[in-house]
Design a protein around this ligand. Structure first.
Ligand code: SAM
Length: 289
């Protein structure tokens, strides 16, 4: 929210400018004090789910197997589009901690001016970026599922958020690319593909995405790719779990060098069983410009 002078009780543009600058300093100070936005977000998700009758029913039916049940059956191992708030909250509960930990383990410490988040989901990359000591950033997200977009908007406006502007789009159409070009122009941009290429839905967009990204003119542009280490699915080219990512980077003239990274995290305020989980992710971080 920007502060306007009538709100402060005195008029004049200089006061408005001063108030806005003060607000921006305070936000950056919040970033330096480093409030862990992911924990705040996760508590919110758990609270919302606890209040849902269907969730209580599933917990009493599946007990300690609840997490496994929603991962495998309800969310279909991450392949089900999360159109409703219920599905998106379940996704944020079951998969976002994993993807957040994976991103934190590979994320560069320098903060960008702009985050372009492909398949942004519930705002996982935005929350991971909030763990960086740095200044505020703007976010542009491409996300098909309405439930995900709604939750990401809540995450962006949480108290202490250093995402100062959040813009969500459902399809990679001209409005999205116009906004991307405007935001990227002459600025430091971070492109994130966090488990985006793990979904079959991404298949038709690969070449167009690469062409549009090549046409942006940032001052600097870094790309982060994370994905499962396996197994591959039959719809992936040559049965390779990185097949669509390789196809995408080929159009950008980039030769991939995919690495592997271990991560672990605690799920303390869990619905069923507090646990420490660990896993491996495949990733690549590279400078596009
Ligand atoms: C596996 S989830 C990852 C979400 C988030 N990036 C994370 O790491 O937690 C992939 C997301 O990409 C979205 N998605 C898949 N294909 C898409 C497309 N063609 N356009 C926009 N969003 C897409 C899905 O709806 C889903 O939310």
């Amino acid at each position: 929210m920007r502060i306007s002078s009538p709100y402060l009780g005195f008029g004049g543009d200089s006061w408005t400018r001063f108030a806005n600058r003060l607000q921006s300093w305070l936000t950056n100070l919040g970033a330096w004090l480093l409030i862990d936005m992911f924990d705040t977000f996760y508590d919110h998700v758990v609270e919302r789910l606890r209040g849902m009758q269907e969730v209580r029913r599933l917990i009493s039916k599946h007990g300690d197997d609840f997490d496994q049940h929603i991962g495998n059956q309800v969310l279909e191992r991450g392949q089900r589009p999360c159109e409703t708030e219920y599905l998106a909250l379940l996704y944020a509960y079951r998969y976002a901690p994993m993807h957040h930990a994976a991103l934190r383990s590979v994320m560069p410490e320098t903060s960008p001016n702009v985050l372009i988040d492909f398949g942004g989901g519930p705002g996982t990359a935005m929350l991971a970026l909030s763990g960086n000591r740095g200044t505020t950033f703007e976010r542009l997200s491409l996300e098909l599922a309405q439930g995900m977009r709604a939750i990401a908007s809540v995450a962006a406006s949480m108290e202490g958020s250093i995402c100062k502007r959040n813009s969500e789009h459902a399809f990679p159409e001209s409005r999205f690319w116009e906004e991307a070009a405007r935001m990227a122009d002459g600025r430091a941009v971070l492109l994130v593909f966090s488990y985006f290429f793990a979904q079959e839905l991404t298949r038709p967009f690969v070449r167009a995405l690469a062409n549009r990204i090549a046409a942006l003119s940032p001052s600097a542009m870094t790309l982060i790719y994370t994905n499962p280490v396996g197994p591959s699915a039959s719809w992936m080219p040559r049965g390779d779990v990185h097949g669509w990512y390789k196809e995408f980077t080929k159009h950008l003239g980039h030769q991939v060098r995919i690495l592997q990274q271990s991560y672990s995290y605690n799920v303390l305020s869990n619905l069923a069983e507090p646990v420490t989980r660990s896993g491996d992710c495949a990733y690549e971080v590279w400078k596009v410009r």
